[in-house]
Unconditional design. Structure first.
Length: 149
């Protein structure tokens, strides 16, 4: 009986991750996976569009496939973990629906470190709905930046 319950719970959990019904669910699930230590390749495959653009203060990155984006995310995870990162928390969020298949999802978040130090930042996720909502781009913004739609 425990085995059947476990299988049912795993199937329910997996299907809920794969069926992101909104930009909020996609980004929240991505943050949860990031905090939970999920593999970059798994999160990229599940939540990101294959073609991605990332805009940072020092330049623009463009990826044509999931494995390229996963390599970037692995590097980011390693970098912040080496600095003592424990978790990231979304502080504020806003959705700007542009059409039934496109949206901007703006967040302010903080990274919490083992030392107790907090780093505040923000970003705008460019969302595209194909088979489900996926992240097609990310623009890193300042700590006080959030869209006002």
């Amino acid at each position: 009986m425990i085995f059947r319950s476990t299988i049912s719970a795993v199937l329910l959990f997996t299907s809920s991750l794969a069926m992101a019904d909104s930009p909020e669910e996609t980004v929240s699930a991505y943050f949860d996976g990031f905090n939970g230590g999920r593999a970059a390749a798994e999160m990229i495959e599940r939540y990101w569009h294959p073609e991605v653009t990332i805009v940072m203060a020092d330049g623009v990155l463009q990826f044509a496939a999931h494995d390229e984006t996963a390599a970037w995310l692995e590097g980011l995870q390693e970098e912040i973990k080496s600095q003592g990162w424990r978790r990231s928390e979304i502080l504020e969020r806003r959705v700007c629906a542009l059409s039934p298949t496109n949206a901007l999802y703006s967040v302010r978040f903080k990274r919490v470190f083992e030392s107790g130090e907090e780093f505040f930042s923000g970003g705008v996720y460019l969302m595209l709905r194909t088979d489900r909502w996926r992240i097609a781009g990310l623009v890193f913004a300042g700590a006080d930046s959030i869209l006002d739609c």
